[in-house]
Design a protein around this ligand. Structure first.
Ligand code: NDP
Length: 469
């Protein structure tokens, strides 16, 4: 059985303990992943701290070229890594699955390699000149989740490295293998110590985020863990970029042509079997359009094969882990118990954490499947009478990552879009993130943004040089 390793100071390290990782679609063993101790966290942070000064001192041009080389490594190894993602995380090779995740990794690495953040004259008159320089923060702790394990790790580590920080990354204990392999490969083109990993459960995440030598924390995951990390950061006062998931609402404007939007709505909700932070998790439909919209979504669902993602024909995989499988099942069972219409589509394999694609009708705000983030392939469809009601419903939760408005024309959707409380409101698309466009949550979905120039600023600290003339 293969054993996978962390990378610290450019070297593959040995751990005292390991855990076995299984394919969530087939229950087949994938190998052993390291389980670190708090002492291992100290060693990884020390390595990152040691490397940081010299990494910060290389020229900006050289760092950009190095990041471009990382993009090439990701591209060259995308077949290997997408196979690992599918076997470990569950999303299929095909469709918006693991190959798509690898393309995103390449894109989100290429873009920062081309971006610049030069010094900025913020004030000048006859007597003085004030210049703002963007300095690296130091050692970045990156805590990644299990739903898009490589893509989200890339979102955290690439801007940090680009701007002269060094990184200690902790993958989720559910999906360590593909991430550890990606980091091993990236290290071929990085100086030792610039990108390191530690592995283990939440205790290792807690040891990392509270470590006194951590200068910045990048976190994507649950709200509960986000709150713990805020407390942990009181030990090091590290600023945090917090992406805490969402419960995104989509509003379909009255009279929208359901056949034109059904496919976009479907994948907006069921991307990665719904295990995506910015997925449609509540769909609000005018009562007059309800039947036709449910039928149109049912048609797309019927044409979406669910199964082992290594089979090229499948477009949707399993839930990634038992905790998530049980959570989604429980929310659907709760809706069933409350008399909602449970519409299940497709045959699912008998092994693995598979759930059918599920549309849930005759459901209201206040029911668990609407108010709690399901993070799975079950979409509640809620009837509304007036647009004001739909907007009030969309805004009634504390989660506020994304939202969307769907209409026959973008103009028709604009004023409704402006009323929605979310970090991003999409029109006639959902979850359409882009490496140049800042992305982050409002309200309980977190704070700080990733991507583009704003994302680079978030991994720097401003330093002002103030000159008397
Ligand atoms: P968590 O928030 O627990 O996990 C996310 C990451 O944080 C993992 O790497 C985890 O490690 C780590 N972690 C856990 N505890 C701590 C801690 N005290 N300090 C630092 N890091 C820690 O999410 P879960 O996996 O438990 O999923 C729960 C729910 O969160 C899901 O049902 C879903 O609703 C939501 N979620 C949202 C995501 C998003 O993209 N926004 C991604 C994942 C989940 P480890 O896994 O090893 O414990």
């Amino acid at each position: 059985m293969q054993t996978y390793h962390n990378t610290v100071s450019g070297k593959q390290t040995e751990a005292k303990e390991h855990q076995e990782i299984f394919n969530p679609a087939t229950a087949v063993s994938l190998g052993m992943a390291p389980l670190n101790s708090e002492h291992d966290v100290d060693l990884a942070v020390e390595a990152a701290k040691h490397a940081q000064k010299s990494w910060a001192s290389v020229s900006d041009q050289e760092r950009r070229e190095t990041v471009a080389r990382i993009a090439q490594v990701l591209e060259d190894n995308s077949a290997y890594l997408s196979g690992l993602i599918t076997q470990e995380q569950g999303k299929p090779l095909s469709g918006p699955g693991s190959r798509f995740e690898m393309q995103a990794c390449v894109g989100w690495t290429q873009v920062p390699s081309k971006l610049e953040l030069p010094p900025e004259i913020v004030y000048e008159d006859d007597e003085r000149k004030d210049v703002l320089y963007r300095q690296p923060q130091g050692v970045v702790a990156a805590i990644a989740p299990w739903n898009w394990p490589l893509m989200i790790a890339i979102w955290q580590i690439i801007p940090a490295i680009r701007m002269g920080n060094t990184v200690v990354l902790k993958p989720s204990e559910y999906t360590p293998i593909a991430t550890l392999e990606m980091v091993r490969l990236i290290n071929q083109v990085l100086p030792a110590g610039v990108l390191n990993t530690v592995s283990g459960d939440g205790r290792i995440g807690a040891a990392l985020t509270s470590h006194p030598d951590i200068n910045k924390i990048m976190f994507t995951g649950s709200e509960a863990t986000g709150r713990r990390i805020i407390v942990a950061s009181s030990k090091n006062l590290a600023p945090i970029t917090l992406e805490l998931g969402g419960n995104d609402a989509a509003i379909l404007m009255p009279g929208t042509d359901a056949s034109a939007v059904a496919e976009g709505l479907f994948w907006g909700a069921f991307l990665n079997a719904g295990q995506t932070c910015a997925c449609i998790k509540r769909l609000y439909v005018h009562e007059d359009d309800y039947d036709v919209v449910v039928a149109a979504l049912g048609n797309v669902a019927r044409q979406t094969p669910v199964g082992d993602g290594m089979d090229e024909g499948n477009l949707m995989g399993p839930l990634q882990n038992k905790m998530q499988y049980q959570k989604v099942k429980e929310l659907v069972d709760d809706a069933r118990g409350n008399g909602c219409d449970i519409m299940e589509f497709g045959d699912i394999p008998s092994t693995g954490y598979f759930l059918p694609i599920t549309l849930v009708g005759n459901i209201r705000d206040g029911q668990r499947l609407v108010d709690e983030e399901q993070f799975g392939p079950a979409l509640p469809i809620i009837r509304y009478q007036t647009l004001d009601d739909a907007v009030a419903s969309a805004n009634h939760l504390s989660a506020a990552l994304g939202a969307s408005v769907w209409a026959n024309s973008a103009e028709e959707a604009e004023s409704t879009a402006l009323q929605l409380e979310a970090g991003t409101v999409w029109i006639n698309q959902h979850g359409a993130i882009h490496p140049m466009v800042p992305f982050g949550g409002n309200k309980a979905s977190g704070y700080g943004v990733e991507f583009g120039i704003e994302g680079l600023k978030a991994v720097t600290q401003p330093r002002i040089i103030s000159i008397k003339k």
